[in-house]
Design a binder for this molecule. Sequence first.
Ligand code: FES
Ligand code: FES
Length: 176
Amino acid sequence: MKQQAHIALKVNGEPVEVSFAAYKTLLEVLREDLDLCGTKHGCELGECGACAVLLDDVPVLSCLVLGVECDGRRVTTVEGLVTDGRLHPLQEAFADLGAAQCGYCTPGFLVTAKALLDKQAHPTRDEIREALAGNLCRCTGYQQIFEAVEAAIEAGAQRAEADLDVPLTSQEKAQQ
Ligand code: FES
Ligand code: FES
């Protein structure tokens, strides 16, 4: 009989409990037990980056992490990049600038780039290149990907400014 594991964790901000065969990787638990198929199944050898997710805000290759190691931890997948129905600036920039072509590598690039921008608001091109060095893309030649990350930095700054400019509602004014 297969040994079962049961863990409680947060996935994309939501508390989740899940049972699965104890040998499964985080990649398999996400895709097969939690129905989160945005994270892609590539080499399963830690070489392509397609399976990257954030574990406690740090990029990891989910094909190399056992599901049982994630008890009590926070996992962020590409599905968690959308906030209040709004795409993350990285997602918009990847779509607008041709950084996602076949798209198989894209979730891994997006979460890895998000971790970089959360840690460092204005990375240089070399820092972006270094942060994304573990993610492989067969389609784009990488140039569009680096440009999309830079465009997302700009768009994110503009979005933050615009959000600050949103006029207060009458209720908010009354509370001032
Ligand atoms: S599937 Fe995990 S690194 Fe390739
Ligand atoms: S867009 Fe096809 S592998 Fe990157």
